[in-house]
Design a protein around this ligand. Structure first.
Ligand SMILES: Cc1ncc(COP(=O)(O)O)c(C=O)c1O
Length: 425
């Protein structure tokens, strides 16, 4: 009998599950790195070290560490040349702060729908949304499921538009032999505490293009301007001139202790990703075997090493079957801390910011005089993103090694709830 209806719980190894799914965890190495950094003559030393190591890990020419992921996106959009009235195409299914920096540049987000299983940008819809006003495309690898970058970059190239990867969910993921974050023109990573590699707070940008790097510094790193190659940017903080230093006016550099912690986390990233893949991949095989048509495990693709920021299943409600929320309730009763849609994202345009559109008064930036074509944010705009949110059942990510007995219990809880779902109606 289902635990929700008075039967025994399927998951009994509760302490093991809580231990394995706890994140973030900082160990002695992180603590030692913080103490070392605080004792060093140069308190800022961890920042260039992190940039060197993160850049080398990705084979990227430039890495620029920042205070958070949101600032990396603002910086990347500016670096890519986004101007007032431009359009930037973004996935509708993402964290809202990937999108708001577009508005901060007085540009307009254009929402693109997603693939119904991966949750990542759908290239077909991208093709429909691209216009002569598109200045950039920003792609998120939702919860570590990697977006179809070959198709996306091919469309972008046809139109001469740069691609920015928001790789905040996919540190260390690999797409057909290439690291995520290097597939577009600029890669942005949050290093906030929930991320698979983090500094509690922080962010980092990578790119191979000098122009993007220098424009990024011009927006956000006044102290770096004197060392840049181009006088065009150097002039704003030229030590030979008798003038006050300036830049665009943001100070987005990373906290050096966050850089120190991130350096340690980078060293353990691959090992953590391999462990998550081993256990969660095995869990997916078991869920597929026992009801994968009703509860689809997260998307995996041949030739792609995905990451596991979340373990987001999709519940396809059978005719006459119980609701998603009822399934979540039953799983929780079995001792499996499942989550409904709130574990994932509401389509970003459902946010009041896009519905009321009066944040600054006078309709800015949506109805500003420099807007060439109004953009729609009506409900129903991206049906797959709307459904994805409604179908999501999030299960715990296993960050540490687990026993095969625990995997059996988790898969068993899912199989039990699906097998007895008629009792939930
Ligand atoms: C996809 C995505 N982009 C950007 C961000 C923003 O990063 P931060 O919180 O470091 O500003 C997040 C953070 O959760 C995110 O998940």
């Amino acid at each position: 009998m289902l635990a929700l209806l008075g039967g025994p719980r399927a998951v009994t190894r509760t302490a093991e599950l809580a231990h394995a799914s706890r994140w973030p965890v900082y160990g002695d190495e992180e603590k030692a790195a913080v103490l070392d950094a605080m004792s060093a003559a140069n308190i800022y030393a961890p920042t260039p070290e992190l940039e060197r190591e993160f850049g080398a890990y990705h084979g990227a020419r430039y890495a620029l560490a920042q205070c958070n992921g949101t600032s990396t996106l603002h910086t990347a959009y500016f670096a890519a040349g986004v101007r007032p009235g431009d359009e930037v195409i973004t996935s509708a299914y993402t964290w809202h702060l990937q999108v708001t920096p577009i508005l901060a540049l007085h540009a307009l987000p254009v929402f693109c729908d997603i693939h119904p299983h991966s949750g990542c940008m759908d290239p077909e819809d991208l093709r429909r949304k691209i216009t002569p006003r598109t200045r950039a495309i920003v792609v998120v690898h939702a919860y570590g499921a990697v977006a179809p970058m070959d198709e996306i970059t091919a469309i972008a190239r046809e139109h001469g538009v740069p691609v920015i990867e928001d790789a905040s969910h996919a540190h260390g993921a690999v797409y057909h032999g290439r690291k995520i974050g290097t597939l577009g023109d600029i890669g942005c990573f949050s290093l906030q505490a929930a991320k698979l590699m983090n500094g509690i707070e922080g962010g980092i940008i990578i790119t191979d293009r000098e122009e993007y790097y220098e424009r990024a510094c011009a927006l956000a790193h006044y102290e770096r301007l004197p060392a840049l190659a181009h006088q065009e940017y150097r002039q704003y903080n030229d030590p030979d001139q008798v003038q006050a230093p300036s830049s665009f006016g943001f100070k987005y550099r990373i906290h050096p202790l966050a850089a120190a912690i991130s350096r340690v986390q980078l060293r353990h990233l691959d090992e953590g990703n391999r462990r998550r893949q081993e256990h969660l991949g095995a869990l997916s095989r078991r869920i597929e075997a026992s009801g994968g048509d009703v509860l689809k495990p997260p998307y995996e693709e041949e030739g792609v090493f995905r990451t596991w920021l979340g373990y987001m299943c999709q519940y396809h409600q059978p005719a006459g079957g119980p609701s998603r929320d009822r399934i979540v309730e039953a799983l929780r009763a079995e001792g499996l801390p499942a989550n409904g849609g709130r574990a994932g994202y509401l389509p970003v345009y459902w946010n009041p910011l896009y519905q009321r559109r009066d944040l600054w008064g006078d309709g800015y930036p949506f109805d500003a005089p420099y807007v060439r074509e109004k953009v729609s944010y009506e409900r129903g705009l991206c049906p797959q993103a709307e459904q994805f949110f409604q179908r999501t059942v999030g299960l715990p990510v296993l960050h540490r090694d687990v026993s095969s007995e625990l995997l059996d219990e988790i898969a068993g809880a899912v199989a039990k709830v699906l097998a007895h779902r008629d009792q939930l109606v």
